[in-house]
Design a binder for this molecule. Structure first.
Ligand SMILES: NC(=O)c1ccc[n+]([C@@H]2O[C@H](COP(=O)([O-])OP(=O)(O)OC[C@H]3O[C@@H](n4cnc5c(N)ncnc54)[C@H](OP(=O)(O)O)[C@@H]3O)[C@@H](O)[C@H]2O)c1
Length: 292
């Protein structure tokens, strides 16, 4: 029975990945800071990268679905024997590199350093690493973009956007990302590669939000505002508790963030679904049992 060590197994991507590994007969040791329920074939360890519990001496695969920079640091110093590493980064590594916001540039820089660190350590150990960069994630009711939009829209009964929010997006479902991580584990062509993992449909930001609002009950209306009015609404929302939306993010609503999935389709049959949201995708779902 193959044994996987999964970091971030309780996260949006981590949960469906655990389900997939269990269904395919893998034994799993998963790790996160918050305690989780164990089940047959799945052992949970509790710890932070800065203070990890004792880990298995040897596993067949390590998958990182948590913070990439912390994982890269840990992997660089770890003694564990393992030939196969799969780690999630983000397309933010490119998108935020030239941001006007220094915090976003820092995110991009840490992602870049994490990617380089994982590849360099794997090369030193003659292990095979693959890096996966998702675009905007949805589907688990826990993402910071579409689920947050859905919750705010339900609270307000409407959702404001600036009038020119036409930058194209490729939202990607968490189950498609879990499927991708599982597929690359068995794909030699993916060794040493980095893949963008966009969703299966490219659509304007406004259309993406409209589809989310349309599945809510009752459906909130989309209110398109001239930019100055939208900025005022944003400032008011920040005062009332915050939306998590920065100026750089608002500017990006006009920018296309489009990535090519041809290499992923070619190498491991990546076939992400079109963006067809349902209300349930914006409700939190916690149980692994539900997914297995
Ligand atoms: N969300 C997005 O839209 C998005 C987009 C592109 C790429 N990504 C990347 O995809 C990966 C997975 O994202 P996600 O949204 O599925 O993540 P998530 O839901 O936030 O889950 C993160 C996981 O990592 C664990 N974790 C966080 N900090 C940790 C620490 N210091 N030590 C040990 N475990 C820690 C969390 O569990 P505990 O909190 O219990 O520790 C959880 O299991 C990440 O690398 C993320 O950067 C995300």
């Amino acid at each position: 029975m193959k044994h996987a060590l999964v970091f971030g197994g309780s996260g949006q991507i981590g949960r469906p990945l655990l389900g997939r590994l269990l269904r395919e007969g893998w034994r799993i040791t998963a790790l996160s800071r918050q305690p989780q329920h164990e089940r047959t074939g799945l052992a949970w360890l509790r710890g932070d990268f800065s203070a990890l519990p004792a880990l298995p001496a040897r596993v067949d695969a390590i998958v990182s679905c948590g913070p990439l920079d912390a994982f890269a640091q840990w992997y660089g110093a770890a003694r564990i024997e393992c030939d196969r590493i799969v780690a999630f980064g983000s397309t933010s590594v490119d998108v935020k590199r030239g941001s006007a916001d220094p915090r976003e540039r820092d995110v991009a820089q840490r992602l870049r350093a994490g990617e380089e660190g994982v590849l360099a350590t794997a090369a030193l150990r003659s292990a095979q690493a693959t890096l996966l960069r998702p675009t905007l994630i949805y589907g688990a009711g826990r993402d910071a973009t579409l689920t947050r939009i859905a919750r705010l829209a339900q609270r307000w009964g409407r959702f404001p956007l600036p009038r020119n929010a036409t930058g194209r997006r490729q939202p990607v479902h968490v189950d498609d990302l879990a499927a991708a991580a599982f597929a690359v584990l068995g794909t030699a062509a993916a060794h040493g590669q980095t893949y963008a993992l966009p969703g299966g449909e490219t659509l304007p930001y406004r259309e993406m939000v409209q589809r989310v609002l349309a599945v809510l009950e009752p459906p909130p209306s989309l209110v398109e505002l001239p930019s100055p009015l939208f900025n005022l609404a944003l400032a008011a929302a920040k005062l009332a508790g915050g939306t998590g939306l920065g100026e750089a993010a608002v500017r990006r609503m006009r920018t296309d963030l489009v990535f090519d999935d041809t290499p992923a389709r070619r190498d491991f049959g990546y076939a992400p679904r079109a963006f067809r949201p349902t209300a349930r995708m914006f409700e939190a779902r916690e149980e692994i049992e539900e997914i297995v």
